[in-house]
Design a protein around this ligand. Structure first.
Ligand code: PLP
Length: 244
């Protein structure tokens, strides 16, 4: 089975984070190699504590995984601090596998999962390495330092600015937080192309959907699918989970 390197945090509620990532990857028939960035104590209502893993331990975990076997794709989730972002960027130096970055900033319950200096480091050190960044509507606004986009045209502009500034190769703007009967995701690339991916909107909020989507994209890329096909398959997979 191909392997995905997952760099993310634990969530004791089981809703999001590493457990979600690994279960998605195993459902796809892909091995997960795990680098733990933080241990979080969470319920569905709140994040009560976060223990950040020291940067040297993060570098060691990445080195151990890279020394073990070939890695077909990399998925990055919660990072927490600037020191963690820097350690991950150092550890991934020269890595050639496609890199999917889920810019995890806050939990659905409102807990901060990447602090201010961590956000700046994410933009400076990791997004330039990314094959794909997967922000939702509030995340792309926060990363651009702008208010939440009022309509789709403003959202696309924010996505294009993020691509131009951060140097990632593509951005998937997730429409789960927008309005409308359809949940529309937009895949923008540096060549100016845009693909629209539509699914019925599922009411209510469900935890861990961002983690699941990014892991499913990385898993499909590890299986050899193109970026666009990986995004479409991952969106279908998350929709099926939400409807179950
Ligand atoms: N907790 C951890 C450890 C995560 O990695 C993430 C998302 O990646 C979250 C919480 C946020 O998930 P949710 O928005 O479902 O709370």
């Amino acid at each position: 089975m191909p392997a995905v390197l997952v760099i993310a945090a634990t969530d004791s509620s089981g809703g999001a984070g590493l457990v979600r990532d690994v279960s998605v990857l195993s459902a796809l028939g892909v091995d997960a190699m795990c680098v733990v960035t933080a241990v979080t104590a969470q319920s569905n209502q709140r994040v009560s504590a976060v223990h950040h893993v020291p940067p040297e331990m993060i570098r060691e975990q990445i080195a151990g995984a890279r020394a073990t076997r070939p890695i077909e794709a990399i998925k990055i989730g919660m990072l927490g601090t600037r020191a963690t972002v820097e350690a991950v960027a150092d550890g991934l130096r020269d890595a050639e596998a496609p890199l999917v970055v889920d810019p995890v900033l806050v939990s659905s319950s409102g807990g901060v999962l990447l602090d201010e200096s961590g956000r700046a480091a994410l933009l400076r050190r990791l997004l330039p390495l990314a094959t794909l960044v997967t922000p939702n509507v509030p995340e792309v606004a926060a990363l651009s330092g702008e208010p939440v986009a009022a309509d789709e045209a403003a959202l696309i502009e924010q996505g294009q600015r993020l691509l131009a500034q951060a140097g990632s190769r593509a951005v998937l703007l997730k429409g789960g937080h927008a309005d409308g009967a359809q949940a529309v995701d937009l895949l923008l690339r540096t060549d100016g192309s845009m693909e629209r991916m539509t699914s019925p909107r599922v009411n209510g909020s469900s935890r861990g959907t961002g983690c699941a989507l990014a892991s499913a994209i990385a898993g499909n890329m590890a299986l050899g699918c193109s970026l666009e096909e990986s995004c479409r398959r991952a969106k279908r997979y998350v929709l099926e989970k939400l409807l179950r």
